[in-house]
Structure formats: structure tokens, C-alpha cells
Design a protein around this ligand. Structure first.
Ligand SMILES: [Zn+2]
Length: 303
């Protein structure tokens, strides 16, 4: 455990507490959760996936606009999607446009797709095949296409037509907006977070089942916001971004702690704000952190 202080660009003193957690801890959490929210990203760990443009067009499949046995009656799919997209566009410098399409199939695996960013729940052979590669009960999966430089060219989100989604919190169903919030994070090129209250945590419970173990819902956590801002920056006019912090973690033998998970906690509030892994030099760099730190005027939390 180590304390670290760093002045950010605005001159405020940012104080963090850093602790190196045991590698097994995240694994224990993964065993507790319900279903996994899968993603297919063939990029290596060093490929930084991101959209080259800030405006992304999402195609809503007719399979989600029509009556589907996988969507509980009375659910408002369009509102859930708009709300999930707004969460991300409020977090980072991004905007979205929704168009409707009769397309229903995920683009087949390959070097490139059709350029349409589809969200579908159709029970077609292609979609079922794609979902099956992630396990039998996965609620959703996202396929990402990108070029050699990590620039995303297309993403397709497939909701599992064998599951039941709702927008009213119905017991035993998956909350549609929560699932979409997570998958749109993948659409943006974000990877999973080890923190169970983050929307990008790999796992979701059905409404009312294991709910006490799942802290996240329809709102992005600070962790998700920081991940999105690291790639895309904050929205215009946002002034609570961005503090960065770099730390080198050493073992008791003064050797670099390699591939160790480091949890970042605000020392005054006790909030966990990020969790990243050290590199081969034992170095970890946190970026795009919220400036929710005590300032020189004495206000504890500026926001
Ligand atoms: Zn996921």
C-alpha cells in the first residue's frame, strides 16, 4: 500500500491511496455473479480500440421494433436504447443517431463487416451461432470490427432471443437498458472493469436475482466515465476532467509488481474510482479521472 499525491493541470492537489490487491480477488467476484455479458474482440491486449469519428450511427433492427417473445409486453425498447446512449454521450465527447432497419443478422466474423452498427434480437442462425460461442445463457454479445490501427469500423450487438428482457424491472427478466448500457460500452471499444459496481463489469443478474451482489444498474459509474473519457475526452463544456496519475508498484523485494491489479481509491471519500493492471515495469497509469478532489478554497467536493 502506498500514498501518492500529484498536482493536476489546474493546480489542485489530488490525493489518492493506492493498494495492490491480490490477483485472486477479481476471480472470486466473477464466480458470484449471474450471467456473463459477452464480447468478441479479437484485438490483442495492446490494441487500443476506438471510433475515429465522434458521431456514431446505430441501426435498430426491425426484430426489436416488432413484437418479440424475448421482450416483455409493454416494454419501450426505443426509450431504453436512447437512455443508454445518452448516458455515454453525457460521459464523453460522443453523439449518436438511431436509424431503423430491416436487417436482422450480425455480420459474420471476418476482417470487415457491412459497416452497419446493428442491434438485433432476431433468432436467426447467424445470431444464434454467434451467441453460442459465448456460452448457453449469455444475455447479449457484441462483435467488433476494426482496422490495423485499432479504429473501429463496425459493431453489432446481439440480444439473446431465448432470454426475456424488460424495461419495468419485472422479476426474473434482464433489464434491457442495463444490458444495452454495457454492450454499448463495448461498441465504444471499452473492455471489462473488475469493479462490480461498474457498468462494464462482466456479469449481470436478472432483476431480483442475486441483485444484492450487483451494484450497477442504469447509471454509469465514475470508472465507466473515466474509461470512456480516456478514449474520447469529456463532452464540450465539462470542467471536472481530467486528472491523471502514474504509479510504480514494487514488491517487498523492491522488484516491479508485474500484472498486478491496482485499485484506486479517493482517500477522503473512500470511493473506488478505478482498477487497472500494472505493466511489465510495474507501472500503472490512471487517466481521465474526475476532479472531485478537495481544492484550495476548502470546499471538500467541488461538484
Ligand atoms: Zn461485456
Amino acid at each position: 500500500m502506498a500514498s501518492h499525491q500529484k498536482k493536476n493541470s489546474s493546480g489542485r492537489l489530488a490525493s489518492f491511496q493506492i493498494s495492490a490487491a491480490l490477483a485472486g480477488f477479481a476471480l472470486i467476484l466473477c464466480l458470484l455473479v449471474g450471467n456473463s455479458l459477452a464480447t468478441t474482440v479479437d484485438a490483442g491486449p495492446d490494441v487500443d480500440l476506438r471510433w475515429p469519428a465522434r458521431r456514431i450511427v446505430i441501426s435498430l433492427s426491425s426484430s426489436l421494433q416488432e413484437t418479440s417473445p424475448a421482450i416483455m409486453r409493454g416494454s419501450n425498447v426505443r426509450t431504453a436504447l436512447e437512455s443508454a446512449l445518452k448516458s455515454w454521450s453525457s460521459a464523453a465527447n460522443l453523439s449518436f443517431e438511431i436509424i431503423e432497419t430491416d436487417q436482422t443478422n450480425v455480420s459474420p466474423a471476418g476482417s470487415s463487416g457491412d459497416g452497419v452498427n446493428l442491434i438485433t434480437i432476431a433468432g436467426s442462425a447467424e445470431n444464434i451461432l454467434f451467441l453460442s460461442t459465448h456460452g448457453p445463457r449469455v444475455p447479449a454479445a457484441t462483435r467488433i470490427f476494426y482496422d490495423r490501427r485499432g479504429r473501429i469500423t463496425e459493431t453489432d450487438i446481439v440480444l439473446n432471443p431465448s432470454e426475456l428482457f424488460s424495461t419495468n424491472g419485472a422479476f426474473g427478466t434482464f433489464d434491457l437498458e442495463t444490458v444495452l448500457l454495457h454492450e454499448i460500452g463495448h461498441l465504444l471499444g471499452l473492455e471489462h472493469s473488475d469493479l462490480p459496481f461498474a457498468s462494464m463489469y462482466d456479469g449481470i443478474a436478472r432483476n431480483g436475482i442475486l441483485g444484492g451482489l450487483m451494484a450497477y444498474g442504469r447509471e454509469l459509474s465514475d470508472v465507466d466515465v473515466a474509461m470512456a473519457r480516456t478514449k474520447y475526452g469529456p463532452p464540450d463544456g465539462v470542467n471536472d476532467c481530467c486528472t491523471s496519475l502514474t504509479a510504480k508498484i514494487l514488491t517487498g523485494q523492491r522488484r516491479p509488481a508485474i500484472n498486478e491489479k491496482v485499485w484506486l481509491e479517493e482517500s477522503l471519500s473512500g470511493r473506488l474510482v478505478s482498477a487497472l493492471q500494472t505493466d511489465r515495469s510495474g507501472v500503472v497509469r490512471f487517466e481521465a479521472l474526475l476532479n472531485r478532489m478537495p481544492n484550495s478554497q476548502g470546499s471538500r467536493f467541488p461538484k
